[in-house]
Design a protein around this ligand. Structure first.
Ligand code: AKB
Length: 318
């Protein structure tokens, strides 16, 4: 079992980071969880409930200083460009996604930190079986995001095998949450739709009808990250990275679930060819039995439970 005492989270102002920071602070104490952000302004609560520092993960010295000064033993490395943004700026995506991870792994090698690295359904590509996608299968992504995710998985495995760094990761599906919206992803429609349904009763979807993808509600994503890092390492056959999923749907199925609760909601389509092509290269649903067997992964939210919770909480916020 890996004992987490002092934790650093990169990308702490992002979609996963804000909620993971809060959850880790509740569990391990506010002062023991350092939030590091860069692009976005931090929430007031992120700054008030524990240490916050502004760090660009491509600057190794700044990152290493924070790790050394605070004696960090675990890094949740979330800083990354998402798939659609990475297609707009592939060179920047390589610098941030690969350069940032390389810095985190080098620092972890020197300072004995364990590392959590979020891979994604984006680490698969058009040659991957799209239904019941196996844990170990063909990975030939054709997006820059996918290239950085599959390379990241391999690099994490390398640092584990070669240097004994305790690297662990999951392949997240699209993540749905009401606290911090995602930016620049392909599955973002499944978050935007809720904002528009509540505010305007209408949503124009950028993915086509029938584009089925794996999805997960944020509380399950947070649980996956923490449970995997707390799992007994002796039980882990795989490390980087475990398929994890909670539900799989196409836009019209999500729209129908929202319409059941907001009867005058209407969705139409204006397809973005770039994001549509990315989505079509990803799995429709993954087999996550390795995660279930090796560290007891099990999601709590299905489509209906997620939609109920999203509408209730987002309505309060808006
Ligand atoms: C994206 O759409 O880029 C991300 C992902 C599935 O990795 N949400």
């Amino acid at each position: 079992m890996h004992g987490m005492k002092t934790i650093l989270i990169t990308g702490a102002t992002g979609q996963i980071g804000t909620e993971l920071t809060r959850a880790l602070r509740t569990k391990y104490g506010g002062q023991n969880v350092i939030a590091a952000g860069h692009r976005r302004e931090p929430d007031k609560s992120l700054v008030e409930q524990g240490p916050f520092c502004r760090i660009d993960v491509t600057h190794r010295e700044a990152l290493e200083k924070a790790v050394a000064e605070r004696r960090v033993d675990t890094i949740f490395h979330l800083a990354s460009l998402l798939s659609a943004d990475a297609e707009k700026k592939p060179q920047l995506a390589w610098d941030v996604n690969m350069g940032g991870l390389f810095n985190v792994l080098e620092i972890s090698r020197a300072h004995g930190c364990a590392v959590f690295f979020p891979s994604s359904i984006g680490a698969f590509g058009p040659l991957t079986p799209q239904d019941n996608t196996p844990q170990d299968t063909i990975q030939r992504p054709n997006t820059m995001y996918g290239v950085t995710k599959v390379s990241g998985e391999l690099l994490c495995d390398y640092y584990h095998q070669r240097y004994g760094v305790d690297t662990r990761g999951v392949r997240y599906p699209g993540l749905i949450s009401y606290q911090t919206p995602p930016t620049g992803g392909t599955t973002d429609y499944a978050v935007h739709i809720f904002y528009e349904a509540i505010k305007n009763r209408r949503y124009e979807c950028f993915l086509a009808e029938g584009t089925r993808l794996d999805m997960m509600y944020m509380p399950d994503a947070i649980k996956a990250a923490i449970d995997l890092m707390e799992a007994d390492s002796a039980h882990l056959v795989h490390r980087n990275s475990f398929n994890v999923t909670a539900m799989s749907f196409a836009p019209e199925q999500l729209a129908a679930a929202i319409k059941q609760r907001i009867p005058d909601f209407v969705m139409d389509y204006r397809i973005d060819p770039v994001r549509q092509a990315i989505a079509e290269s990803w799995p429709r649903y993954m087999d996550d039995s390795a995660a279930r067997q090796e560290w007891d992964w099990q999601p709590d939210y299905d489509l209906d439970a997620m939609v109920d919770d999203m509408l209730e909480n987002l309505s309060k916020r808006l």
